[in-house]
Design a protein around this ligand. Structure first.
Ligand code: AMP
Length: 206
């Protein structure tokens, strides 16, 4: 099964992808996470893209498409994939269609006015990588699951959120029509508790 999770920043793609990959035993590929890992390790790619990511813009297509192409060749993708954050524009979607087209595209829909609060309240665990929101866990400093230190993503601030939303509207939202025309688009209400969204996503996949 090849699945793409589509949705605005903060719509819960990463959270749902982590749950799905566990349940369906599919490789979870998050381009944002691959880029952040490169930034953490200060690789050549990491140094090149840090400013772009912190500013809320998209990394270059050529680089992103090649990273995904290479990743999809790995053995854990033999049974399919779960793409989280890719494709982000029509050029990337066409590149994916040319080599490894998805079976289903699931749009996690959340009204735009709710997103800023979701993103600025996001906290990530430096140890187990779980994602939380201060609206649920309060303003705590350690991970409720494993005790690891919580941190705020470099691009989760009000300024880059505006840019990321503008980029989503202009470049990523056209993918909704693109996949609708292919008969592959399924939209799920993502403005609900995590478990309820997960149930709806599973219904779409089955
Ligand atoms: P995410 O973790 O998916 O919210 O991605 C964080 C940031 O990584 C984005 O705001 C972009 O700067 C970059 N990024 C992630 N995926 C892509 C992609 N498919 N194309 C270009 N840039 C990306």
């Amino acid at each position: 099964m090849k699945i793409v999770l589509l949705g605005a920043p903060g719509s819960g793609k990463g959270t749902q992808a982590a749950l799905l990959s566990k349940q369906l035993k599919l490789a979870h590929i998050s381009t944002g996470e691959i880029f952040r890992d490169n930034i953490r390790r200060k690789t050549e790619i990491g140094l090149k893209i840090k400013e772009i990511i912190d500013g809320g813009d998209l990394c270059p297509d050529e680089l992103t498409i090649e990273i995904v192409r290479q990743r999809l060749l790995e053995s854990d993708c033999e049974n399919g994939y779960l793409l989280d954050g890719f494709p982000r524009n029509i050029a990337q979607a066409k590149a994916l269609d040319d080599s490894n087209a998805p079976d289903k595209v699931i749009e996690l829909y959340i009204p735009l006015q709710k997103i800023e609060k979701r993103i600025t309240g996001r906290r990530l665990c430096s140890k187990c990588e779980s994602s939380f929101n201060t609206s649920v866990i309060g303003d705590v400093k350690v991970c409720p699951k494993c005790g690891g230190e919580l941190y705020i993503r470099g691009d989760d601030n009000a300024e880059s959120v505006h840019e990321r939303l503008a980029v989503y509207e202009s470049q990523t939202a056209p993918l909704i029509d693109y996949y609708k025309k292919q008969g592959k688009l399924f939209t799920v209400d993502a403005d609900l508790p995590i478990e309820e969204v997960f149930e709806s996503v599973l219904q779409v996949i089955k």
